[in-house]
Design a protein around this ligand. Structure first.
Ligand code: ADP
Ligand code: MG
Length: 695
């Protein structure tokens, strides 16, 4: 038996392999590119490509692909084999530096939001050397960014890398002000905790809603749900354990640091958390994780549901984006250091995050806005749609003391002056209530909890990095001009706390009273995707994102359109699926049951026996059937109307205001009918079977 350390990263062209397979000079230049973003020479690229190919072929690979993350939110790949014909009829296995650096997939079928007219369908992919290449199946996958010929980003990776660069630039300015001249790069790191459901494949295959939309559109609740809290951290069932074991192995081979696994709150719900990595690597790894989760599930005759809300009435699935900023020398800038000076630096970064989250709460909200996640946010299981920050009591006391210029009684009873006192280490607050906060400080990092389980973490981190870069920029602009750095710093921290404390909320985020309070504080409550997404086009947001070169204006417009289109199309597919299920499965099921009951009633009557029971059920079901029929027709009419709307802003509002309520109006009588109909008549498996079927 091989041990984990033997096969960990065995399918990754990582630093170990590079060191072993590349000449010293090639290795050094490549490292310079990876660590410091230095430009890569073509001769170096050729040498790297050759080494990559040899390594990949020795591992059984026959093809290579530029692996990228288009705006569909999933990953894309187009495979080319290494073979190239030799004059004597043999084939040679070739892979050049040019092929490594640049690819030209046909881009016409990926969403571009009008960025690229279809007649100029070519886009190109560019190697991201900071994320290791890996082998999946028989294919060498090269992580890349995906752009149009005009250079506009058509993917999620490019703006993510740009946002990391923006934050690096501004954070370095701040560090220099603190006299730090050694640090070369500042990077953000992320550990995304991933929730998911597992259901039996055979049952899944009988539900058109799961197949077409990833979530159940109908289904009455089983007698048991999650109320006993017996699933969370419970014993993992054998089939699930076998799945998790294989999943871990596959992820480890790919160098993904899968670390923690446990059952989640809802039945059939689980979580996987990796050890954190640099943001772009973490993003690649999270995409890979979601893909491998689904592949491994299929091998176990299971289906992994990554939808945010697969089942009504039990918790949906989210993703927690644990985020921090650190230097190449290994210092976590969100961790209070050992000396007062480090503390002051920590406080400055801390208030920069507070300011960023307050100033750009709308960007953080819209980064997680999808049709699926709309079912979670604010539904008493996930943080509300209102963005706020949790700091915990200790840190709150420090900020209060600074703001009021009063003694901080953490350690000493003297006025809190920066650069004088040593701060305590802040423990992560273990109280349950901090789980209700959308954005919580957890000791040395922030945990953003609004992401849906299927979201790419790129979107969140693009906005977070950019917003923090902007706050740091404003700070640096002012501090660089200051005559007295210490007093300017103190004033700035105090002022920032005063100006932005409205975003801090340490109470229960699930409480309705908080939503009212948040409104009073002037915080945004963007409940749905059509409410949130257009905010991307607000001048303050466009200006900020452009000034840090994260997006161009056309890229921003395109993204807004694509995300709204995605929302509209997703719900439209759901509505069509409901119409189909209602007409072809639900109403026929009810009718068949009524027919059999009627026959029984008729027979009973003929021998002079009471048929009151049958009559009662028939009457109830007949009323429901009429309601279902009427609601189906109404939804059908609305869907036809929606098709006539061309403008995506308008159609997304129509979906929110007309289609979604009509879907609910259809679901209610259908679910009630299900609960009254004998199970053998029902044409798709129940919630009970789906949620408790995997043993
Ligand atoms: P738990 O939530 O089980 O108490 P942690 O808080 O240590 O565990 O970690 C939760 C997630 O946060 C993990 O994915 C972990 O890798 C990640 N994480 C820990 N430290 C950092 C950091 N400095 N930057 C980003 N993510 C981090
Ligand atoms: Mg967590």
């Amino acid at each position: 038996m091989s041990t984990v350390s033997d096969f960990f990263g065995s399918m990754v062209f990582d630093d170990r392999v590079m060191k072993a397979k590349l000449s010293e000079s090639v290795y050094k230049s490549l490292k310079k590119t990876i660590d410091e973003g230095a430009k890569l020479d073509i001769s170096v690229a050729n040498a790297v490509a050759e080494a990559m190919k040899e390594w990949a072929v020795s591992k059984g690979a026959t093809h290579y692909t530029h692996w990228f993350q288009p705006l569909t939110g999933i990953t894309a790949e187009k495979h080319d084999s290494f073979i190239s014909p030799a004059p004597d009829g043999r084939v040679l296995l070739e892979f050049s530096g040019k092929e490594l650096i640049k690819g030209e997939p046909d881009a016409s079928s990926f969403p571009s939001g009008g960025l690229r007219a279809t007649f100029e369908a070519r886009g190109y992919t560019a190697w991201d050397p900071t994320s290791f290449a890996f082998i999946k199946g028989k294919t060498l996958c090269i992580p890349t960014a995906f752009c149009s010929y005009g250079g506009e980003a058509l993917d999620k990776k490019t703006p993510l890398l740009r946002s990391m660069e923006a934050l690096n630039k501004q954070a370095l300015r701040i560090l220099r002000l603190f006299g730090n001249t050694d640090v070369k790069v500042v990077k953000t790191s992320v550990g995304p905790e991933q929730e998911y459901f597992l259901v039996d494949k055979e049952l899944y295959d009988q539900r058109p809603d799961l197949i077409y939309t990833g979530r159940t559109l109908f289904g009455s609740l089983p007698p048991k749900g999650q109320e006993l809290d017996d699933h969370y951290f419970g014993v993992i069932k054998p089939r699930v354990a076998a799945y998790m074991e294989e999943l871990n192995e596959e992820l480890w081979k790919l160098g993904v640091l899968a670390k923690t696994e446990h059952n989640e709150v809802a039945p059939a719900q689980h979580e996987l958390a990796p050890i954190y990595a640099t943001t772009n690597v973490a993003t690649d790894h999270n995409q890979l994780t979601m893909e491998i989760m689904q592949k491994v599930a299929a091998k176990h005759k299971l289906v992994c549901l990554l939808h945010e809300k697969p089942f009504a009435g039990v918790n949906g699935s989210g993703k927690h984006n644990n985020w921090s900023i650190s230097t190449d020398s290994g210092q976590n800038l969100l961790s209070p250091g050992e000396t007062p000076y480090e503390n002051a630096q920590f406080l400055l970064f801390l208030v920069a995050v507070i300011k960023a989250v307050d100033d750009y709460q709308d960007l953080l909200r819209l980064a997680v806005a999808t049709a699926g996640n709309d079912h979670r946010l604010g539904a008493n299981e996930a943080p509300p749609a209102v963005v706020s920050i949790f700091l915990g009591d200790e840190l709150q006391a420090v900020l209060d003391a600074i703001e009021a210029d009063t003694p901080y009684d953490g350690t000493e009873k003297t006025t809190m002056k920066l650069g004088v006192h040593v701060l305590p280490r802040f423990q992560r607050d273990n109280t349950d209530r901090n789980r209700t906060s959308p954005f919580a400080f957890t000791g040395n990092k922030f945990e953003f909890r609004m992401l849906g389980s299927s979201n790419s973490i790129a979107c969140t981190n693009i906005m977070l990095n950019s917003a923090v870069a902007e706050a740091l920029k404003q700070f640096a602009d002012e501090l660089e001009k200051a005559d007295n750095f210490d007093s300017a710093l103190h004033d700035m921290i105090r002022r920032t706390i005063k100006d932005h404390k409205r975003i801090i909320f340490n109470g229960n985020g699930y409480d309705d009273a908080w939503i009212a309070e948040a409104e009073k504080r002037g915080l945004e409550n963007l409940k749905t995707t059509p409410d949130a997404m257009p905010k991307l086009l607000d001048k303050k947001n466009v200006d900020m994102l452009m000034s840090h070169k994260v997006f161009s204006e056309t890229e921003i417009k395109a993204r807004c359109e694509i995300m709204l289109e995605n929302y509209v199309k997703t719900v439209n597919i759901e509505a069509l699926t409901m119409l189909d299920m209602s007409r072809k499965m639900i109403m026929p099921s009810v009718d068949e049951y009524i027919a059999d009951l009627s026959e029984t009633a008729y027979k009973k009557n003929s021998i002079g026996v009471s048929y009151a029971y049958e009559k009662k059920i028939i009457e109830k079901l007949s009323v429901l059937l009429e309601k279902i029929d009427a609601a189906t027709d109404e939804l059908g009419v609305a869907v036809a109307e929606y098709k006539k709307i061309e403008d995506v802003m308008e159609s997304s509002a129509f979906i929110r205001d007309e289609i979604l309520p009509k879907m609910e109006a259809l679901r209610a009588p259908a679910d009630e009918a299900e609960s009254l109909t004998a199970e053998k008549y029902w044409k798709y498996p129940t919630y009970g079977k789906l949620l408790f079927g995997v043993r």
